[in-house]
Design a binder for this molecule. Structure first.
Ligand SMILES: Cc1cc2nc3c(=O)[nH]c(=O)nc-3n(C[C@H](O)[C@H](O)[C@H](O)COP(=O)(O)OP(=O)(O)OC[C@H]3O[C@@H](n4cnc5c(N)ncnc54)[C@H](O)[C@@H]3O)c2cc1C
Length: 561
């Protein structure tokens, strides 16, 4: 065991974590970034379609972007935060371009855009269909250039608080040796990503396991709007791999088994480019009413031509070929709605501050809230870059006020005991993988595109019984070096805790809004539910309260596309 100390510790090396780290270094702090995988293996690397910005220099209007984001959120997004994000988007894109991101260009040589869902104008900047990878690798170059301290393949097991309840460090396992260490800090920024793998299947990487949400929740930070879980309309049959919205942005159709472009019934104006919640419900309705094939509808790119597919959508073409044996230029590809993104998260202000002193959050694990009930495609990468930077800046500013850090090595003993228990127990036939799969299936059955009381209660019941089973779970591999079995078990603990908050928030919201569609309460109810769900950990378990939504200039209206 060793004790380390830094001014600011950033947990996570995705886009949000790296952007926060760079901002904190620029602010003059001693900064360290902790990550359970090599930085460029973070899920941000998988982002395909693009990043939104209204470039005012070419006639776009940030207020239009903001309005469409508010409408997309089904009026649950905080409008002051959305204004900040949309105003800062243009400069953020230009900054990334200057760092070295080779965005696609149009015929005139200017930065090129494509259209994305829920927006009237093409304002999505992209690098073919590997935008996340391009952004992540460029930020990683900057991290190397800044000689940032990176604790790579270190897994954070808990946050450490001082006697005043302020977060002043983390406990982490160095995975190569299995040793537990204490890293003291004046400020800790969580940038640990989403909750994707609480569901099975999901478009998310296997490492997206809600660690940060559970870490923050454990020290009393509230989680906001966790019930708002996005299902992406186009995930591949069988394994749930994402087929980017950029396909529809470039003009692809959605058709049912009769070859009918069914979106004309559901969103006559925006068709395939309506908001994701709207398109996912339309597809699920087609499937439920018997106009799908084998639980899927189809993404049809044939009319776009081979050249466009091979230049702008080559990655998904490869995926379709490898996993579905479909050449997109020749055949429609079977797809269906699948778990993709968590709109909710650790409640923060626009500078990443949570209600717990010393604790900040940014990126998908945070809820600022700019996505409300439904995120627009390509707004998440923007969220990571804008609020990653802002949280880094705020953390440095606050850290300057902090003197000595009053936490001790005693903080390690709780985690050490927990790990010892997992390792000491006699193996049974139960495994982390089994529990994880049962949880994922229960969530995907009960808290998905269409929800009702009975289905959500059933999911909650399963999650709670799995939590019981977790208390007697044993880790089969007893080794110290790269014990991925142990890491999997620790992740499972985080996932089960977070899954419960999703179920509870969803059951309590007795209306339909954004991604949360209840067949037993099919209408939006602004009178009773234009408010954020807030779940906090109380002494006896989760406690639900509500917080107001900030409305600046866009009054809630009926939402149609
Ligand atoms: C397939 C796919 C395609 C997408 N395409 C787009 C798109 O085109 N446009 C768009 O706007 N959005 C897109 N999204 C969403 C977007 O990519 C994510 O919301 C965003 O990248 C999340 O970034 P992040 O920095 O918050 O987290 P991540 O990139 O997920 O990074 C999380 C980091 O936290 C670390 N970490 C987690 N837990 C621990 C722990 N316990 N200890 C130590 N480290 C830990 C991980 O190692 C990792 O470095 C897509 C998402 C997916 C899944």
């Amino acid at each position: 065991m060793a004790v380390y100390q830094h001014d600011v510790v950033v947990v996570g090396a995705g886009l949000a974590g790296m952007r926060a780290t760079l901002a904190a270094i620029k602010g003059g702090a001693d900064v360290a970034m902790v990550t359970k995988v090599h930085p460029v293996r973070s899920h941000s690397n998988a982002a395909q379609g693009g990043i939104n910005a209204a470039l005012t220099s070419r006639g776009d209007d940030w207020e239009e972007h903001a309005y469409e984001t508010v409408k997309g959120s089904d009026y649950l997004g905080d409008q002051d935060a959305i204004e900040v994000m949309c105003q800062e988007a243009g400069p953020a894109i230009i900054e990334m371009e200057h760092m070295g991101v080779i965005f696609n260009r149009d015929e005139e040589g200017r930065l090129g855009t494509r259209r994305f869902g829920g927006q009237q104008r093409a304002r999505t900047f992209h690098v073919a269909d590997i935008t996340g990878q391009a952004l992540l690798h460029v930020l990683y170059e900057q991290i190397l250039k800044a000689k940032a301290r990176v604790y790579e393949e270190w897994f954070v097991t808990s946050l450490v608080t001082d006697n005043d309840g302020a977060v002043r460090g983390v406990v982490a396992i160095e995975m190569m040796t299995g040793q537990l260490h204490l890293i003291k800090a004046k400020a800790v920024i969580l940038a640990t990503g989403g909750t994707g793998r609480l569901y099975e299947p999901s478009t998310n990487g296997l490492i997206v396991t809600a660690d940060g949400q559970a870490l923050a929740y454990a020290v009393g930070a509230p989680l906001e709007d966790m019930e708002m879980v996005q299902y992406h309309p186009t995930t591949l049959k069988g394994n749930g791999i994402l087929m980017t919205e950029a396909a529809r942005g470039e003009g692809a159709y959605l058709i049912n088994k009769d070859g009918d472009r069914f979106m004309k019934k559901y969103a006559p104006n925006m068709m395939e480019l309506a908001s994701r919640d709207v398109v996912s419900r339309a597809e699920q309705t087609e499937i439920n009413e018997g106009r799908g094939a084998d639980g899927c509808v189809f993404l049809d790119l044939r009319h776009l031509g081979r050249e466009l597919i091979e230049t702008k959508l080559s990655y998904i073409n490869e995926v379709a070929l490898d996993f579905s044996n479909v050449n997109l230029a020749e055949k429609p590809c079977p797809i269906r709605p699948g778990n993709h993104y968590e709109m909710g998260g650790i409640k923060t202000d626009v500078n990443g501050r949570t209600s717990v002193k010393g604790l900040y959050a940014a990126g998908e694990c945070a809820c600022v809230s700019v996505h409300g009930g439904n995120r627009l495609g390509a707004n998440s990468l923007l969220d990571t870059i804008v609020f990653g930077r802002r949280s880094g800046e705020a953390a440095v500013e606050d850290a300057k006020q902090i003197g000595e850090i009053n936490i001790t090595e005693a903080a390690l003993s709780r985690d050490r005991d927990h790990i010892k228990q997992l390792l000491d127990r006699k193996p049974t036939s139960d495994t982390p993988a089994k529990i994880r799969l049962e949880m994922g299936r229960a969530m995907n059955d009960g808290v998905a595109v269409f929800r009702d009381e009975a289905g959500m209660q059933a999911a909650l019941k399963t999650v709670r019984s799995l939590r019981e089973r977790y208390t007697t779970l044993a880790v089969h591999d007893k080794g110290q070096v790269f014990n991925t079995n142990l890491i999997f078990a620790l992740e499972l603990g985080f996932m089960l805790e977070t899954a419960e908050t999703i179920c509870l928030g969803a059951i309590a919201r007795k209306e339909s809004r954004g991604a949360h569609y209840r067949t037993d309460f099919p209408k939006r109810d602004d009178e009773n539910f234009l408010k954020h769900t807030v779940v906090t950990k109380g002494p006896k378990g989760p406690v639900i309260t509500y917080a107001p939504v900030t409305v600046t200039k866009w009054k809630p209206q009926v939402r149609s596309y």
